[in-house]
Design a binder for this molecule. Sequence first.
Ligand SMILES: [Zn+2]
Ligand SMILES: [Zn+2]
Length: 172
Amino acid sequence: MKLEVFDIPDEGVEIEIEETPKIDGVKITQAFKAILRIEKKGVEVFVKGIVSGEVELQCSRCLREYTMPIKTLVEVTYHPIEELNKEELMELKRDEMDIDFYRDGLIDTADIIRDQILLNIPMKPLCSENCKGLCPVCGTDLNESECGCVVKEIDPRMAVLQTLLRRMKTNG
Ligand SMILES: [Zn+2]
Ligand SMILES: [Zn+2]
């Protein structure tokens, strides 16, 4: 949905929307919902509300797909990008996290939701805290079965020796 900034009434407005933004590497199986309160003061637009939905992510350890619910508060101030010069733009970006820009008098509500999804997705998605991942030798999903492979790890005593050796080299 595209919000016309010009049409936002002086007393503000509350909207309920559903959006399925396209995001690379993120599957959205059901539209995200949002209840937003929109207000404006001059050319500034204030958006406040709740965004909720579900995304399907791939676990970074075992590569299985899993569902992660997202429910988050939004609070963003929009500025018209055309009315700012470069320095003002840099300053706004540096000063405040919750600032965004609109162009041609339009705010795309799908972008609001997309940003919230991106902010809430972990860098390394995990299907569960205790996910055992895949065996580095044979690729078996260790959550499902054990494969009996021997994974070589450096003996901690050897590690101490290696550090000593390295120190001797750098000192000599
Ligand atoms: Zn996993
Ligand atoms: Zn294995």
